[in-house]
Design a protein around this ligand. Structure first.
Ligand SMILES: *Cc1c(COP(=O)(O)O)cnc(C)c1O
Length: 412
């Protein structure tokens, strides 16, 4: 735990040593391995303090000034602060900070704009669409008729001609842009234009890039999309949770779609932590951080390419890299296992060409730790050496321990 939560950890250690050991074990794991999962980050001690605060005790169904429970006058201030900070940070007319997760935000957006059976055009799951973009295992695939667009097999870029063609043919009620693994900026103006042409709503699922948007390192979907869905825990570096941004016309419908349509009581400790994170993201240092995240990803991608991995789209505009390890003679799943044993934690992902699995990695967490170009070069060399079996996992694990030891995520 961080300095601020040592006291709580002590309390826990006395009362429930079994669980305290688990928390400390996870802190050790996060501190001594490389967190390259593109969707992860290290929140600040201030965010953790808000999450571990007595606001966790408060029931607060409804919205500030209009709650179903008494005693909400203090937590109302926390939610108003979170809303105002989100609106200012993203230049949005309205913000709803209650969604419990990115998926809950998408569910609420669909509830506002769609009826069951409506057609929706979104990035197909084999190309990096999220579960909420029409997976048969998710409510979205069960309740709506999803049509998937793809990426070009050669370039890995979203096939704009196909998007336009599918939109004209299927006349969707909504178009979703956004992905779990797309390393390039989304052309929101293009999606707006196609949506307008076919009379569709545009939903931007900006769960991944919203932190870069906050830091001025990626284009904002806010001027283009009818509804922007996001998470607060990825590059944005806040607590685990979701958020919706929209214009004034949809504000009331969005609020009703979150509560009471799809959620119950708001999690006030998480909302307070979101306010803290928005405050952090508004500071100039966060802009520096966001640009540093992208610079690190570009350096890491270039070095991985030099080591022989195939980098989808040839590079990245964001925190996110997808790479095919096949040229090193190893498939994605085997690669992930070998890397995990060496202390490099990352995910598998789909690849634009064929059915093989690739590797998805991101630089948000390692950048928060203070790593820069020399470390990216070292990580790329280590990763390649492990995949080529030039390094034994135990030796590589020792090097990761040594490297991370110089960049503790929660120093002190
Ligand atoms: C991460 C992500 C989500 C879901 O976020 P959860 O908080 O895990 O529900 C939704 N859409 C996209 C594009 C994402 O990357």
């Amino acid at each position: 735990m961080s300095v601020t939560t040592f006291h709580e950890t002590d309390v826990l250690r006395r009362q429930d040593p079994e669980l305290a050991e688990i928390l400390l074990g996870e802190l050790a794991r996060q501190s001594t391995t490389l967190q390259l999962i593109a969707a992860e980050n290290f929140t600040s001690p201030a965010v953790l303090a808000a999450l571990g605060s007595p606001l966790a005790n408060k029931y607060a169904e409804g919205y500030p000034g209009a709650r179903y429970h008494g005693g909400c006058e203090i937590v109302d201030m926390a939610e108003r602060l979170a809303i105002e900070r989100a609106k200012t940070l993203f230049g949005a007319e309205h913000a709803n900070v209650q969604p419990h997760s990115g998926s809950s935000a998408v569910l609420a957006a669909y509830a506002v704009l769609l009826r069951p059976g409506d057609t929706v055009l979104a990035l197909g799951l084999p190309y990096g669409g999220h579960l909420t973009h029409g997976s048969p295992a998710n409510f979205s695939g069960r309740w709506f008729d999803f049509v998937g667009y793809g990426v070009d097999a050669e370039t890995g870029l979203v096939d704009h001609d196909q998007v336009r063609h599918l939109a004209r043919n299927h006349r969707p009620k909504a178009i979703v842009c956004g992905s779990i693994s797309y390393p390039r900026h989304v052309d929101y103006a293009f999606f707006r234009e196609v949506a307008d042409e076919v009379g569709a709503y545009l939903i931007a699922d900006a769960a991944h890039p919203i932190g870069l948007v906050a830091g001025g390192a990626a284009p904002s979907p806010v001027p283009y999309a009818d509804i922007v869905c996001a998470t607060t825990h990825k590059v944005l570096r806040g607590p685990r949770g979701g958020m919706i941004l929209c214009g004034a016309e949809l504000a009331e419908r969005v609020d009703r779609a979150v509560f009471p349509f799809t959620q119950g009581g708001a999690q006030m400790h998480t909302i307070a932590a979101k306010a803290v994170a928005f405050g952090e993201a508004a500071a100039p240092a966060f802009g520096v951080y966001a640009h540093h995240v992208v610079a690190n990803a570009r350096v890491l991608a270039a070095h991985l390419a030099a080591e022989g991995l195939t980098i989808t789209t040839g590079g990245t505009d964001t925190h996110l890299i997808t790479a095919d390890p096949a040229p090193l003679g190893v498939d994605g799943r085997t690669a992930r296992g070998r890397l995990l044993a060496a202390g490099l934690v990352l995910d598998c992902c789909a690849l634009p060409h064929g059915d093989g699995r690739g590797l998805r990695l991101g630089t948000a967490a390692v950048t928060t730790q203070g790593m820069g170009e020399p470390e990216m070069e070292r990580i790329a060399a280590l990763l390649a050496a492990v995949l080529k079996e030039e390094r034994d996992p135990a030796g590589a694990r020792e090097e990761v321990r040594e490297l991370t030891g110089g960049f503790p995520p929660y120093p002190g």
